[in-house]
Design a protein around this ligand. Structure first.
Ligand code: UDP
Length: 355
């Protein structure tokens, strides 16, 4: 059955800005995978948004503060003229034109509103458990709509009390956008939002100790944190390239010996892990969260004891044991747009059955 789908984006930044982290690419890839199957997809997002292939309805309003840095008891906050509430007012207005609405925002409001919509609403939750208020509102939505929640990985699901009820969507990528590189240059890569929960400092320290340059790419969310990290390791050769579009990003990434993934928090998935594998770049990651579920230890990278810089340095010394072709192969097998589209269609069918 062909579905008419309305995707409502994250409220923390326009698509294409990097402020939304991995969610931005996820929306693009999910939309792309479903369009390839003949479904209709309309995306609603904060003004200034651009996607690679899908037209976007831009909505004005103040951005939401990102949930990543809140403590468990933080109450729900909405700014005046909130883009989040404006996007959901729009969705409410046009709901009759769609079979299903898919929410990508890690926000309380869309979960709370779920029973007030006539069109079913499904939620792709992009982070692990962070605040009590969010956990409660997700749980409340699940009571009435037991199929409405999907997450990216089992590790992410396990951070919630309702892990068993979550669909596991993984993620998927247009692998034709990532070129395989068999012969890297000397050097390592680190990709992502530059913010404390991503622990860039561990990667910088490991690169310094290994005597290798480190290419850093991603949205600079916390300038003070970045300055502090660089001043801590004056001997490190860090080359910050900014936040680049996928094509330019992968040109740099593919030439690196490995991607270092060093999060302090339970990373829900780690899009950058698959992007590296797709280029044939092995991934050295802490054994924590989504990346630990993806990387095949000793085959497509190395999993290292969490927070151990020594472990990272050892793994870097053992990179020659990893076959770069096996990395690309893993991305093709499990993380193509086809694989994502299959999983999404199965989830949507369950949501629609329950409606
Ligand atoms: N990214 C990018 N350009 C860059 C660096 C990163 O487009 O120069 C994107 C990358 O493709 C990924 C996102 O930034 O989709 C980071 O997402 P990830 O899932 O790794 O972490 P999050 O920021 O969501 O915690």
């Amino acid at each position: 059955m062909i579905l008419r789908l309305l995707f409502v984006s994250t409220s923390v930044g326009p698509l294409g800005s990097g402020m939304g982290g991995g969610v931005e690419l996820t929306i693009n890839n999910l939309a792309h995978s479903l369009l390839l199957r003949g479904h209709q997809v309309q995306v609603v997002a904060p003004s200034g948004s651009k996607l690679f292939e899908v037209p976007v309805i831009n909505i004005e309003g103040q951005l939401q503060v990102s949930a990543q840095h809140q403590s468990r008891g933080t109450p729900i906050e909405l700014p005046g003229n909130s883009v989040l509430s404006n996007m959901w007012a729009y969705a409410h207005q046009v709901q009759a034109n769609f079979d299903l609405i898919v929410n990508f925002a890690y926000d309380w409001l869309p979960l709370y509103l779920t029973p007030f919509f006539r069109t079913p609403v499904a939620h792709l939750i992009s982070m692990g458990s962070l605040t009590d208020a969010m956990d409660q509102v997700i749980q409340r939505a699940l009571v009435q709509f037991p199929q409405c929640i999907a997450v990216h990985t089992y590790s992410q699901a396990q951070t919630f009390a309702f892990a068993e009820q979550c669909h596991i969507l993984g993620n998927g990528f247009d692998l034709s956008l990532y070129d395989f590189c068999a012969e890297p240059a000397a050097g390592l890569a680190w990709l992502g939002r530059i913010a404390p929960e991503k622990a860039l400092e561990d990667a910088v320290k490991a690169a310094e100790q290994s005597g290798l340059p480190l290419q850093v790419l991603g949205h600079l969310q916390d300038q003070d944190y970045f300055d502090q990290t660089l001043s801590q390791f004056p001997g490190a050769q860090v080359d910050y390239r900014g936040f680049l579009p996928t094509d330019q990003m992968q040109r740099i990434l593919r030439q690196c010996q490995a991607l270092l993934v060093t999060p302090r928090w339970v990373e829900a998935f780690g899009n950058v892990v698959i992007e590296a594998l797709a280029c044939g770049v092995p991934v050295i990651a802490y054994r924590r969260g989504g990346p630990a579920e993806i990387v095949r230890d000793g085959e497509t990278g190395w999993l290292v004891e969490p927070d151990s810089v020594e472990g990272l340095v050892d793994a870097i010394a053992n990179l020659s044991k990893i076959d770069r072709a096996a990395c690309r192969q893993q991305a093709e097998q499990d993380y193509s747009l086809t694989a994502l589209g299959d999983r999404a269609e199965q989830w949507f069918a369950k949501v629609l059955q329950q409606a």
